[in-house]
Design a protein around this ligand. Structure first.
Ligand code: 5CA
Length: 155
């Protein structure tokens, strides 16, 4: 397993969450590809979207269902500053993950995290595990706890 995938596993285990990381034969880079590979609905895919605070410059992680778009006004109000899309190079240097494999867990630098409440409607969801073909299945409440996420309406 690659370093970044190992980091996801270690971060999960450090919070008491045991995850089985699957390396898929096909790409899981996008929510649609991940859903096809995992045999679940797109809505059960957790998008790990990195935004940048317009005032502080700090990166923020928003966990959103693959079926939903982030409502940036709602998210900015929760985060407390305007949000802009983060630059892929900065995403990689701060989280240690490339776009398409950004995981909710295991960032090199801690990133404040919010989770869309709609994800809690599912028995399980699937999230990226640090590579564009690596995923894990998890109960949404367990993901919330492991990621230290604040649950809110983000979409
Ligand atoms: N592995 C899947 C989920 S298991 C995954 O990572 N999906 S994702 O939605 O979280 O990651 C892709 C997201 O990266 C896209 O939805 C998009 O918001 C973002 N993205 C794609 N290209 C760029 C880019 N050039 N700059 C910043 N963000 C990007």
């Amino acid at each position: 397993m690659s370093k970044s995938v190992n980091r996801v596993k270690a971060a999960a285990e450090a919070t008491g969450l045991s995850v089985e990381i699957l390396r898929m034969p096909d790409s899981t880079r996008t929510a649609a590809e991940a859903a096809a590979a995992c045999g679940c609905t797109v809505a059960q895919i957790v998008k790990s979207l990195i935004f940048k605070g317009g005032e502080t410059g700090a990166l923020k992680l928003l966990l959103v269902s693959g079926a939903n778009q982030v409502d940036l006004e709602k998210a900015a109000a929760l985060v407390g500053e305007p949000l802009e899309r983060a630059d892929p190079n900065e995403v990689r240097s701060v989280t240690g993950f490339a776009i398409g494999g950004v995981s909710p867990l295991g960032h090199i630098t801690p990133v404040a995290t919010w989770m869309d409440e709609s994800l809690l409607n599912f028995e399980t969801v699937w999230a990226a595990a640090g590579a564009p073909n690596a995923v894990f299945e998890v109960k949404p409440d367990a993901l919330k706890k492991a990621a230290g996420a604040t649950v809110a309406a983000l979409s």
